[in-house]
Design a protein around this ligand. Sequence first.
Ligand code: MN3
Length: 246
Amino acid sequence: MVMNTRRDFLKTAGGVAAAMATIGAPLTAVRAAEAGEAGELTEHTLEPLPYAYDALEPVIDAKTMELHHGRHHQGYVNGLNAAEAALAKARAEGDFALVEYWSKKAAFNGGGHFLHSMFWRIMAPPGNGGGGEPDGALAERIERDFGSFPQFKAHFGAASKAVEGSGWGLLHYRPTDGRLIVLQAENQHKLTSWDSFPIMGIDVWEHAYYLNYNNDRGAYVDAWWDVVNWERVAFHFSIGEALRQQ
Ligand code: MN3
């Protein structure tokens, strides 16, 4: 009985880890982690964009994509590597004086790396993989949990526009009951709900839209629907559904 419970837990925990890796983290980093020896750190890396910098125009301009991916996302990757190295050093030296500082850095930069990796993947060129509406099981679940697709859009859009300061509007999947939930995140990691994980989200930091939309976050959020890659979101949803079966 105890063994079964433990086995079930490990199975579920492994499933959640695999889902998170598939949705956000670069697969190269996952392979490195699996191959690593005890105590060895994963070197997180920035994956190339799955399309050209100008592929999302006119919704998101090429210069914004270039800076956002090459500078901002790279910064989170570097910050995560630095934080994990500092924590490893603290363990080795038995000196945890700065553990709070580096733990916060790991959460902020790790959140940034995960969410941006997901963000690039759930977007596609307008009219060529981006835009439209979801179909199939995802569409049915959105209808069940939000009443209708327009009601979901209204809720998600309002939450995204209302994020205080820098952050994200997020759609989460909750494996315990299969429910879809709209959440906000401040910065890259605050306001997290621990029993669910994001399957899509919009970056509403000013660096995501300021060159094109200036201070008009609302116009950016409204235009953003034209680049949502629903096929990819549906794939993330299916990962959640598979977890729920375990
Ligand atoms: Mn960003």
